[in-house]
Design a protein around this ligand. Structure first.
Ligand code: RAM
Length: 348
């Protein structure tokens, strides 16, 4: 009786997750708002050679088709601000109408964004924002979820893996990225207050962060650096799809005892979740994130969306409102483990 009701519950959960996964892409549907056709929109990732941004661009391109815009995916192969600046200059020269950008560096790109803004280009940051002090350089930031939700969730995942014990390190992207930095800032006090038997390898969270710069080779060598500097490390949180993949691969190659979690693409992490190298990772749907960001930019160009706190825009069937800081949020991340990875790995 117990067993069969558990089985039913499991099936029910599977059905709910499958529906959630489909719902996550389902609102990529018919346009709900009139936009001028023929807009020229630039979609700029931190770096083009990152699978996360390939998915983000997929959603962006879907939105572009729906609103009959011409969208170009362009950006550097190295996730740095100076490398992005060269591409922002091209966007200005080629007179784009809208720039959707994930900021590799929260400060270094701001002067170029201000030039673009002065040229009449509507700028939407998406995924990674500029510094709070530079918020006026963009119309709105379309971000996955509140930073505290993302950062604290990752601490809960590593606590579940380590049994709530031991020393933890962070394998991040670039030191200049606002998104990772905000998530890491939220991890620090949460781990200390919620998990008395866990601590940071360096004493505090900021002394426990290693930067892999969203580069697979650097991420792998930084993973190794954590293990050699802190041989008793119990868990590594990698709040970057590039970092968590490198960590899983290197953990497996070295048969390292350390637990690994973070923000991973289910399609990339599936083999490591299926073979038990990694218990659980999480992520929002990057396809939806890119989709929503394009709609925000097009509405701003059409003059139907100001980006002011309380203003809103539509993307597909949903409406998004701007909250404090000039931010519109997508929603909480999903988590992926052995129970649902098969469903999610085929989506993104
Ligand atoms: C990497 C990038 C991106 C981040 C994801 C989780 O792909 O750093 O900005 O949002 O990880």
């Amino acid at each position: 009786m117990k067993g069969s009701s558990r089985h039913m519950q499991k099936n029910k959960l599977k059905a709910v997750l499958a529906t959630a996964a489909i719902a996550a892409v389902a609102f990529v549907g018919a346009p709900t708002q009139a936009h001028a056709a023929g807009l020229k929109i630039a979609i700029m990732p931190k770096a083009v050679n990152n699978g996360y941004f390939t998915a983000w661009n997929k959603g962006a391109q879907t939105a572009c088709k729906e609103i009959k815009a011409t969208c170009t995916y362009l950006g550097p192969t190295e996730a740095t601000g100076p490398a992005q600046v060269q591409f922002i200059n091209q966007v200005i020269q080629k007179k784009y109408d809208v720039l959707v950008i994930s900021a590799a560096d929260q400060n270094a790109i701001v002067p170029s964004l201000n030039k673009a803004k002065a040229a009449g280009i509507k700028i939407v940051t998406s995924d990674a924002d500029v510094a709070t002090s530079a918020a006026s350089s963009r119309v709105v930031a379309v971000l996955p979820a509140a930073s505290a939700r993302i950062g604290t969730a990752e601490v809960d995942w590593i606590a579940a893996a380590t049994g709530g014990k031991g020393k933890i390190a962070v394998l991040s992207a670039a030191a200049t990225a606002a998104n990772q930095n905000a998530w890491i800032a939220a991890m620090g006090p949460y781990l200390t207050s919620k998990y008395p038997n866990m601590s940071w390898v360096g004493g505090t969270v900021d002394k426990s962060v290693f930067y892999g710069n969203d580069d697979p080779t650097t991420s792998t060598s930084q993973f190794d650096a954590i293990l050699s500097q802190y041989p008793d490390v119990a868990g590594i949180i990698a709040p970057t799809t590039v970092g968590v993949l490198a960590a899983a691969q290197e953990k497996k190659a070295k048969s390292a005892a350390v637990h690994v979690t973070g923000l991973g693409l289910p399609s990339q992490m599936a083999p490591y979740i299926e073979d038990g190298t990694v218990e659980k990772v999480g992520l929002w749907n990057p396809i939806d994130l890119g989709y929503v960001a394009v709609y925000a930019g097009a509405a701003a160009k059409a003059g139907t969306f100001t980006g002011k706190v309380g203003s809103s825009f539509k993307a597909g069937t949903k409406s998004y409102s701007v909250v404090a800081g000039g931010i519109a949020y997508l929603g909480d991340p999903f988590t992926f483990d052995k129970s649902n990875i098969a469903t999610f790995k085929s989506i993104y």
